[in-house]
Design a protein around this ligand. Structure first.
Ligand SMILES: C[S@@+](CC[C@H](N)C(=O)[O-])C[C@H]1O[C@@H](n2cnc3c(N)ncnc32)[C@H](O)[C@@H]1O
Length: 169
């Protein structure tokens, strides 16, 4: 997942949530142009506690991230309310092996729309990058990501009908 778009105010909570959703729903890495170091710290702590190896890359220019992704054979899927309805592109998106999903911030450079292989909308209404990312990752993977295991971890949740059960495996 790549987050692009100039920010006017520090918004680490949104960035952290984008990263947590990416991790939980199967992303390998997240690229953040201008995150504070504490976002990185939070994600490292979540990896240590709950497993998985999400990579967090800070400060790489978005143009380079897109260029490298394309060179690796990834399709670039940009989430924007101005794009084509997700439901009309799902058949193609589900065929893709490797993708870079791009989400915007307050101001998305026009070039991102041209660089993307797919500009995809989750409804043609303005809402949240976190919600759009979650829906697209879920739909693209047909729900398979919900069954993913996170490997070795310090803590593991034992799903429970009532209350909380957490073990140290
Ligand atoms: C709060 S919006 C601001 C968008 C900005 N006005 C622009 O230039 O497009 C931030 C991001 O949320 C995502 N987003 C918001 N609504 C969306 C929708 N209906 N479908 C897909 N993505 C959406 C997009 O990635 C967008 O760049």
């Amino acid at each position: 997942m790549l987050r692009v778009g100039q920010r006017y105010v520090r918004d680490d909570r949104t960035l952290t949530h984008l990263c947590l959703v990416s991790r939980a729903l199967g992303a390998e890495a997240v690229y953040l142009e201008d995150a504070e170091k504490d976002v990185l710290g939070t994600l490292e702590e979540v990896n240590r506690t709950w497993g998985g190896g999400l990579r967090v890359v800070l400060g790489e220019p978005w143009k380079k991230v897109i260029r490298d992704a394309k060179a690796e054979g990834r399709a670039v899927v940009h989430l924007t309310m101005y794009g084509m309805p997700l439901q009309d592109r799902l058949e193609q998106l589900r065929q893709l092996d490797r993708t870079l999903v791009v989400v915007g911030g307050p101001k998305v450079p026009g070039k991102v729309y041209h660089e993307a292989d797919y500009n995809v909308a989750v409804t043609s209404q303005p809402h949240s990058e976190i919600a759009a990312l979650a829906i697209v990752l879920h739909e693209m993977q047909n729900g398979e990501e919900l069954k993913r295991s996170f490997g070795k971890s310090r803590l593991r949740i034992v799903p429970s009908e009532t209350g909380k059960r957490v073990i140290e495996p």
